[in-house]
Design a protein around this ligand. Structure first.
Ligand code: GYE
Length: 313
């Protein structure tokens, strides 16, 4: 709106750096923390004026938001692309307007990578591989290495790089284990409600599920509900082993109670790195095209009480 435009231009004249953040939506705890991270870092105190755009899970909303930010002549656009493809034309428009685009969290695939300045986020394929290797070790310790293992997978939003990376990374390890059988993969769209729905369906279809690999914690929370409702048990002495991704607070608690066997961390605090990148660009420095955030994993053999006290999410 014209009012918005005026405020934004005044802020710019007052020396603030105007940053538009085009978020995916609010589907998960990870996402909520990620949004808060941007609001905490891109403050007026820090010299920024943040325009927050919520894509509400739709690429078309994100595209519209980018066009809006171009019209407003913001200084930077930060985009978390919901899916990997389909960004060329709108990023061309940003390039023509001379607005640098920084990708955060999920990636975008395009032939001409000069359409974005850099990307900051997680190595999703590595997370998937780590989950696979963790399962190998775990089964070995239980003396179950040669046994047939039936797996189901709750996938994230199809076509998002978090889904693609985690699915492919785990699949690499799956292929190396002839006795592992992937019964079915289905998307639960990274939400608790869909995770529960899909897990319910899996439990009705398959009697012998040994492992659930769920591509984020919120789907995992839904899956745990579904498993309980079906009267099945979870954990090392129960029958279903659950692997999850993100490692948000409630998931760490679920590791402590034995519901989640292992959780592969995905760091939602990307805003500080994005901010540092913008500061360097402002100073005329060059930045790395691809920047990974650090992450680890947590499992049922670790004492997580201290971590739970200090972890902000
Ligand atoms: O794992 C999930 C969220 O893109 C890494 O999106 C992010 C994923 C995260 O909804 O919880």
């Amino acid at each position: 709106t014209a009012g918005q435009l005026d405020t934004e231009q005044t802020m710019q004249q007052d020396g603030y750096i105007v940053v538009g953040y085009v978020q995916v939506g609010s589907e998960s705890d990870w996402r909520t923390t990620n949004t808060q991270s941007f609001k905490d870092v891109f403050t007026q105190e820090n010299g920024y004026y943040l325009i927050f755009e919520d894509g509400q899970q739709k690429q078309e909303n994100q595209v519209k938001a980018i066009r809006n930010l171009i019209l407003q002549e913001v200084d930077y656009i930060v985009l978390d692309p919901i899916v990997e493809t389909g960004w060329e034309s709108v990023l061309e428009e940003a390039k023509e307007a001379g607005i640098p685009v920084i990708l955060s969290d999920r990636r975008a695939e395009m032939e001409d990578d000069s359409l974005y300045t850099c990307w900051v986020g997680s190595d999703f394929a590595e997370e998937g591989r780590n989950a696979g290797h963790w399962l190998e070790n775990y089964l070995e310790k239980q003396g179950r290495s040669g046994e047939t293992v039936h797996i189901v997978s709750l996938q994230g939003t199809l076509g998002s790089s978090a889904q693609i990376g985690r699915t492919d990374g785990f699949a690499e390890v799956l292929q190396q284990n002839e006795n592992w059988v992937m019964l079915e993969r289905q998307s639960g769209d990274f939400t608790q409600a869909k995770g529960q729905e899909v897990m319910k369906e899996f439990l009705e279809k398959y009697e012998d599920i040994d492992v659930v690999i769920s591509e984020n914690d919120n789907m995992t929370f839904g899956a745990i509900e579904a498993i309980r409702e079906a009267g099945r048990t979870i954990g090392s002495d129960g029958d279903i082993i659950i692997l999850s991704f993100d490692a948000v607070r409630d998931a760490l608690k679920a590791i402590q109670t034995g519901d989640i066997a292992a959780d592969f961390e995905c760091n939602p605090l990307t805003a500080p790195l994005v901010e540092e990148t913008i500061r360097r660009l402002e100073a005329g420095e060059s930045v790395e095209k691809i920047q990974y955030v650090e992450e680890t994993y947590f499992d049922c053999e670790m004492d997580l009480s201290e971590l739970l006290e200090s972890r902000p999410y």
